[in-house]
Design a protein around this ligand. Structure first.
Ligand code: NI
Length: 148
C-alpha cells in the first residue's frame, strides 16, 4: 500500500463518520442515547484515539513501546468524562484539528512504514479506519431508529 492508498483508506471512512452526524442539532448531538453515549461523546472518543495514534505511531517507528492504557474501557470512560465540560463546538473542533494533524503526520511519515502490514499500519488501522465505521454505523442506526 503506498501513501496515496493509505491516505485514501483513512479518508473514506473518515468522511462517512463526519457525514453520519452532519445536520444534527445540538440537542440531538448531546443526548446520551447511543449505548449511553451521545454523538458528542463519540466524536470526542474518535478524537481521543487519533490523539493516541499521534503519540503511539512515532514510538512504533522507533521500535519503542506505545503507551499502555490500563484497561481500554476505563481509558475510554476517562476520555469521555474529560470532555463532559467542553462544548460541542470544542469537541468537534478538536476532532477536526486532530485529524488534520494526523494527516500531516502521515504525509511526512516514511513510506516503508505502511508499504506492508507493519506494526505501524496495524496501529494506525485500529485507531482510524477500522475504528470510525463502528461508530458511524452506531450513529446511523440511532438516527434511523429515532427518525433524526
Ligand atoms: Ni470506539
Amino acid at each position: 500500500m503506498d501513501r496515496e492508498q493509505l491516505l485514501d483508506r483513512v479518508d473514506r471512512p473518515w468522511r462517512a463518520f463526519v457525514a453520519a452526524f452532519t445536520g444534527l442539532n445540538v440537542e440531538a448531538m448531546t443526548s446520551p442515547e447511543i449505548d449511553g453515549w451521545s454523538v458528542k461523546d463519540l466524536i470526542g472518543h474518535v478524537a481521543s484515539w487519533e490523539e493516541e495514534a499521534l503519540k503511539a505511531l512515532p514510538l512504533v517507528l522507533e521500535g519503542r513501546r506505545p503507551p499502555r492504557y490500563g484497561g481500554i474501557d476505563r481509558f475510554n470512560a476517562g476520555q469521555i468524562e474529560m470532555r463532559r465540560s467542553q462544548t460541542l463546538y470544542q469537541v468537534v473542533k478538536e476532532l477536526k484539528d486532530t485529524h488534520s494533524r494526523l494527516l500531516h503526520y502521515l504525509e511526512a511519515a516514511p513510506e516503508a512504514a505502511f508499504l506492508t502490514e507493519t506494526r505501524f499500519r496495524h496501529r494506525l488501522r485500529l485507531d482510524t479506519y477500522s475504528h470510525y465505521p463502528e461508530h458511524t454505523e452506531a450513529v446511523l442506526a440511532w438516527r434511523k431508529a429515532r427518525g433524526k
